[in-house]
Write a protein that binds this ligand. Structure first.
Ligand SMILES: [Zn+2]
Length: 111
């Protein structure tokens, strides 16, 4: 069943049971349908992204600024060499790139 349909059905169940007399220990069907529908409505936008939770976490990680490591083995140069904290590839320069141009990792530069 599609989420949209589930939301509509739960709304209907809630409506049907809204005048139920609920005694201690009984399942409050109207309340349960209401809470479940509300939760589904909250989760629907995540479903609509078409992404898996793993993919969303991956994007979140990539967008969280991480400090690159200075490559001390690069020898004497006019520019510094850095290593991406995500993909491990090298790039040159300080505070220029906001993102790693190899993998898109957001970078954090000190002052
Ligand atoms: Zn990278």
């Amino acid at each position: 069943m599609e989420t949209e349909k589930m939301i509509r059905e739960l709304k209907r169940v809630e409506e049907i049971h809204k005048h139920d007399k609920v005694f201690t220990g009984q399942l409050n069907v109207a309340q349960m349908a209401h809470d479940t529908r509300k939760r589904l409505e909250e989760l629907k936008p995540y479903e609509d992204t078409g992404l898996t939770p793993e993919q969303i976490m991956e994007l979140k990680e990539r967008d969280t600024a991480k400090a690159p490591t200075k490559d001390t083995d690069s020898g004497v140069r006019y520019t510094d060499d850095y290593i991406c904290p995500n993909c491990g590839k090298h790039f040159t320069g300080t505070g220029i790139a906001e993102f790693c141009y190899h993998c898109g990792q957001r970078l954090k530069w000190e002052d």
